[in-house]
Design a binder for this molecule. Structure first.
Ligand code: SF4
Ligand code: SF4
Length: 402
């Protein structure tokens, strides 16, 4: 029998809380995480709002809020549902996709709560997942182009965003007005700014918070009500900006690669238990979501839609080819956060991230920044081996400094 989701979350959060260096404002996020499967997600279903279950970083949440609905991320990080999905999906397949499908098969709370499921056409797994899920709930395909560098791709994507706007209006029966869209763009921009402030605080030599705690905070943005979330992130930033102690003197690390879906924080836990500290990342559930604000030229409906489409198309998802912007972003992060090493994390069978590793490792080698590439899944069986590799990597980085 699979482990209860709330038990898995409870164990993780207890571990985080026991080592959090006394950061009082993290209490909200720990308790919020604990509440997800003990009533919060079911309460969303009974909120009277339409719940839009989303995958990936391509679904413009501004349109969902502007139509009076609520976006809920369905990408799952539970290892317990992987096996169930393997009855239908190949075993050698992305654990995040298998875990999400397994959650759907179990009619788990996020899926139960969703009125509709939105799947962007990114990697092969996501494309096919939509077909399997359409038997369960209405499933919308959001067509993402293969490149973000051509005029044609930009026009195609703008048309996808326009179609999504129409679908969401139909679902809620509420017209998105220029006023409601402006309000929701401003709200989501405030959320991004609050999280960027949380990242900025780790540019200091003295790093006041563990990267794994930040990863929990960024993951919770996929579930929480935005006004409350912004207030709590700002309170956390106030505390961290005043904090005069560092959680670690370990090597400053940049984490890149496949998404880290709550509660699958294994890589962040092992990394920081092995002597390093994550000071920044370009992970889909981390910094990547919060990089750029939506900046319309004017607050007209047309300009807002163009700006929205452009912002989401700036995603450095490896499903784009070419994806040169990702390397540029990583190089900027490495400089801004003065990183000493990079961890390149790949979820099992995530070919797009795996293949991009080649050029990125080469470029980082030229910059004199060592890279440790790791491929893993949601299981715990390789934790000991990962720890050994990370400790050896840390010693090598230390040796370079001496
Ligand atoms: S990397 Fe791309 S496909 Fe994977 S979760 Fe992020 S947006 Fe989706
Ligand atoms: S981790 Fe890789 S394989 Fe899995 S959904 Fe994201 S891009 Fe696809």
């Amino acid at each position: 029998m699979p482990e209860d989701f709330s038990v898995t979350i409870g164990k993780l959060v207890d571990r985080l809380e026991s080592k959090n260096d006394g950061i009082r404002s993290m209490g909200y996020f720990y308790n919020f995480a604990r509440s997800l499967y003990t009533g919060y997600l079911d309460s969303l279903k009974n909120s009277g709002k339409k719940i839009v279950g989303v995958f990936c970083n391509f679904v413009p949440e501004e349109l969902i809020f502007a139509a009076g609905a609520f976006p809920l991320r369905l990408c799952s990080g539970f290892g317990s549902t992987v096996q169930r999905a393997e009855q239908i999906m190949p075993a050698n397949f992305c654990p995040m996709i298998k875990s999400s499908y397994g959650q759907m098969l179990e009619d788990a709370a996020p899926f139960r709560a969703s009125d509709v499921i939105v799947l962007p056409t990114t990697c092969d797994g996501k494309k096919k997942l939509g077909e399997l899920m359409s038997d369960y709930k209405p499933t919308w395909v959001l067509e993402v182009p293969h490149t973000n560098e051509t005029t044609h791709a930009r026009a195609l994507w703008l048309s996808s965003v326009n179609t999504f706007k129409k679908e969401i209006q139909k679902l809620t029966g509420r017209k998105i007005t220029a006023k409601s869209l402006r309000q929701s763009i401003e709200l989501c921009n405030r959320k991004r700014a609050a999280v960027r402030r949380l990242y900025d605080v780790r540019k200091r030599q003295m790093v006041p918070i563990w990267g794994r705690d930040v990863m929990l905070v960024t993951n919770m943005s996929s579930f929480d009500e935005p006004v409350r979330y912004i207030a709590q992130v700002e309170e956390l930033c106030n505390e961290l900006e005043a904090k005069q102690t560092s959680v670690s003197n370990g090597q400053r690390l940049l984490l890149t690669g496949s998404p880290i879906m709550f509660p699958a924080l294994k890589i962040a836990m092992v990394l920081e238990d092995s002597g390093g500290i994550i000071v920044t990342d370009d992970i889909c559930t981390g910094a990547k979501t919060f990089h750029d604000p939506v900046m319309p030229a004017h607050w007209t409906m047309d300009d807002m839609l163009v700006a929205l489409a452009d912002k989401y198309l700036m995603n450095t998802c490896p499903c784009f080819t070419p994806n040169a912007a990702r390397l540029i972003r990583l190089q900027q992060l490495a400089q801004e956060y003065r990183v000493q090493g990079m961890i390149y994390y790949i979820l099992q069978a995530c070919h797009t991230y795996n293949i991009e590793a080649h050029n990125i490792q080469k470029a980082f080698k030229a910059m004199g920044i060592p890279v440790l590439k790791i491929e893993t899944d949601y299981g715990e069986q390789d934790v000991g081996q990962l720890k050994v590799r990370m400790e050896a990597f840390g010693e090598m980085l230390q040796g370079q400094l001496e």
